[in-house]
Design a protein around this ligand. Structure first.
Ligand code: HSE
Length: 307
């Protein structure tokens, strides 16, 4: 096989209480990528969308991830990648991770599955760092593995795949850009012990709730004492979106990744649609433009598209 087309999903990182460790994949939106083998040991990027992302491979997240993979193999060939992004950069739903993860999963198919999923996450993290300035796997892990993942450690990389019950996600993306690097810079480097205790109790309870399919425990655990109070100030109408979504039946939710997108989890699609309407009403009363996505959690991660 000389080329392959893949679909790389958006992801939600942090999942409220799990800053830099929890994440899950969405079923929509997805980036489309075509990766082909070329005779030169290099990476070429072709952008097929309106986002004018860098084409210099080491400055492009897909390019940097593939360069990392090429360094790990002793071969004379390289990769050319055509990228059509549908996940807007800076949206908070793992746009850079989709590019990085999609590229390495596709390339690995062309290499007859030479690398494990864990190794692919390592390569993708080398891409992610180009965009966010930090080497974290909470978006790339669910993008590669699918489903809900917990990154117990970034170095050495230790990824735990979590069980989860049926869940529907409503994500609203107000059309403002929040750079992950900026959203990380404003965070406090030290936190109070009582807040740390509340946070790790919530993470543990959320994981237990997911494993047991206990929706009420999931709802109670979706609480963030540390990151949300600081970052939510960057997101217009954050408190109102959260309040109205819960009134519409959402289990809970919060900032998706570093924002500005806000996600809510619901037990059924009907509730997720009611949450969509509640979110729409909040932003429709403002000048803010927005997109909304409703989808189940995506258990597959990056998938091979029709080739
Ligand atoms: N965990 C990261 C953050 C996700 O919140 O900064 C964004 O890439």
């Amino acid at each position: 096989m000389k080329e392959i087309r893949v679909s790389a999903p958006a992801t939600v990182a942090n999942v409220v209480c799990g800053f830099d460790c929890l994440g899950f994949a969405l079923s929509a939106p997805n980036d489309e990528m075509l990766v082909r083998l070329i005779d030169e040991k290099t990476v070429r990027i072709i952008n097929c969308d309106e986002y004018t992302l860098p084409t210099e491979p080491k400055k492009n997240v897909a390019g940097a991830a593939l360069l990392s993979m090429l360094r790990a193999i002793d071969e004379d060939f390289g990769f050319e990648v055509e990228i059509t992004k549908h996940i807007k950069p800076g949206s908070g739903i793992g746009s850079s991770s989709a590019s990085a993860a999609g590229a390495v999963v596709a390339a690995n198919h062309l290499l007859n599955q030479r690398f494990t999923k864990r190794e692919l996450v390592e390569f993708a993290m080398d891409g992610e760092v180009v965009a966010s300035g930090a080497r974290h796997a909470d978006n790339v892990a669910p993008c590669v593995f699918g489903g809900f993942t917990l990154v117990r450690s970034n170095h050495p990389l230790d990824i735990v795949e979590l069980e989860f019950p049926p869940l529907f996600v409503t994500v609203v993306h107000p059309q403002i850009e929040v750079k992950t690097s900026d959203a990380r810079e404003i965070l406090k480097q030290k936190i109070a012990l009582k807040d740390a205790v509340a946070q790790w109790s919530n993470v543990a309870a959320l994981v237990a709730g997911l494993q047991k399919g206990d929706y009420q425990l999931i709802a109670r655990s979706l609480e963030d004492r540390i990151i949300e109070p600081i970052r939510s100030i960057l997101i217009p109408k954050f408190d109102e979106i959260k309040r109205e979504s819960k009134a519409a039946g959402a289990l809970g939710g919060g900032i998706s990744g570093s924002g500005p997108s806000i996600f809510m989890l619901s037990e059924t699609e009907t509730t997720a649609r009611a949450v969509e309407n509640a979110m729409r009403d909040v932003y429709a009363a403002t000048e803010i433009e927005f997109n909304i996505y409703v989808s189940p959690i995506n258990a597959s991660g990056v998938t091979i598209a029709d080739n």
